[in-house]
Design a protein around this ligand. Structure first.
Ligand code: FMN
Ligand code: SF4
Length: 375
């Protein structure tokens, strides 16, 4: 039976355990998306924590692909230097680090893009959370974006990262192409499952050509959008099958988009007991049972007992956690030392607050706990 603390491989990438830090925007890049000293130190700290694989926050591959302020970019050569410093910091501490690549599509922020750029999406449908009406991409723009993903992947290799992960979840660009709700195109990029998959297939093919056969290419994919008319598990399975045929190396099964509301969004609140945990593990299991690719489950995973049950029941090959590592970057080391108390994170989502202010994400609950202690 698989266990958390055992060595595994994704392609030739050796991982010291089955825990992954799920991609997490840290809010520490500068205005143009360049890595700052604080971002390097943030990742160095994570690198010390004993995590099997750290996935960076989503890095935008074109200037019009950014959603949040202080989000890292991976759209021009000048960014390689900072990205390389970040990867080196993790490596110096014994960790492994993958880059997550994104274009936020219709959810990109018009305010944050340089002048002259438009918000792009597969179809011109208003974003349900921002109300922004994007421009429907031309076929030439789709080709430009595919090339931008490949160039970003090549930069990630150059910068010394261990893997790349395509962000295909949470209502961003790739997810918008996959979902019949946001993709109403009448050309070869829209329509049935095969056509809606075409963009992602082209991205994967271009990224693979850019990084080579031996370099791990992962994806974070929604197993369920939890939105009327969006992706459901049976459809996600079809996408997973195609990805497997096209050579993806691991699939992280996530779920929800902001349009699904907080309770069914990717980062659900109120995960306070074991029975609340691992809220997407059954969907991961559904895909794992049918597709021969390592499957990662994410969403509310908080305790070693639940993790072992996931492995014992064959629901996933890896577990990914995001918020617990904001509160406890060294959580894995704590568990490895024999302290199997569940993660201290109370899933309140307060960590975004300092991120929006340009101070970097941080645990609000921990800050408040310390203040109470000092009072
Ligand atoms: C502050 C914050 C930033 C996030 N940024 C990203 C991101 O850049 N890419 C991504 O795929 N998911 C992102 N997520 C979602 C997490 O990776 C994860 O899927 C979700 O929070 C569920 O895992 P958890 O319950 O362990 O937090 C973010 C979540 C949080 C709380
Ligand atoms: S603020 Fe702290 S406790 Fe709340 S979700 Fe973020 S990391 Fe967890």
């Amino acid at each position: 039976m698989p266990t958390l603390f055992e060595k595994t491989w994704i392609k030739c990438l050796e991982l010291s355990n089955r825990a992954i830090r799920s991609a997490t925007w840290t809010g520490l890049a500068d205005d143009r998306g360049y890595v700052t000293d604080r971002a390097v130190e943030f990742y160095r700290e994570l690198g010390r924590g004993g995590i099997g694989l750290i996935v960076t926050g989503y890095q935008f591959v074109m200037p019009n692909g950014r959603q949040l302020p202080y989000q890292k970019g991976n759209y021009e050569e000048g960014q390689v230097h900072g990205l390389a410093r970040l990867a080196a910091a993790v490596h110096e501490e014994g960790g492994k680090v993958a880059v997550q690549l994104v274009h936020c599509g219709g959810r990109a922020s018009k305010e944050l893009m340089p002048e002259g750029w438009d918000v792009w999406a597969p179809s011109s449908i208003a974003d349900p959370t921002t109300g922004t009406v994007p421009k429907e991409m031309t076929v030439a723009e789709i080709t430009q974006l595919v090339e931008a993903y490949a160039a970003a992947a090549a930069r990630s290799v150059k910068a010394g990262f261990d893997a790349v992960q395509l962000h295909g979840a949470h209502g961003y660009g790739i997810n918008q192409f996959l979902s019949a709700l946001t993709n109403k195109r009448g050309d070869r990029y829209g329509g049935d499952i095969k056509k809606r998959y075409r963009f992602l297939g082209e991205v994967l093919e271009a990224v693979r050509a850019a990084v080579g056969e031996d370099f791990p290419v992962l994806i974070k994919l929604n197993g369920h959008d939890y939105v009327e008319g969006g992706i459901v598990p049976e459809e996600a399975l079809e996408f997973a099958r195609r990805l497997a045929d096209d050579g993806i190396d691991a699939i992280e099964v996530s779920g929800g988009t902001p349009a699904a509301g907080p309770k069914l969004g990717p980062s659900r609140p109120g995960i306070l007991k074991e029975s609340d945990e691992a809220y997407l593990a059954d969907i991961a299991a559904f895909i794992r049972g049918r597709v021969k690719v390592p499957i990662i489950t994410v969403g509310g995973i908080r305790s070693p007992k639940v993790i072992q049950e996931i492995f014992d029941n064959g629901k996933a090959d890896y577990v990914a956690l995001s918020r617990p590592f904001i509160r406890e970057p060294h959580l894995l080391n704590r568990w490895k030392s024999g302290d199997s108390e569940r993660a201290a994170c109370i899933s309140c989502r307060g960590c975004f607050e300092t991120g929006y202010k340009g101070l970097g994400i941080s645990c609000k609950a921990e800050r408040e706990r310390k203040e109470r202690e000092e009072a």
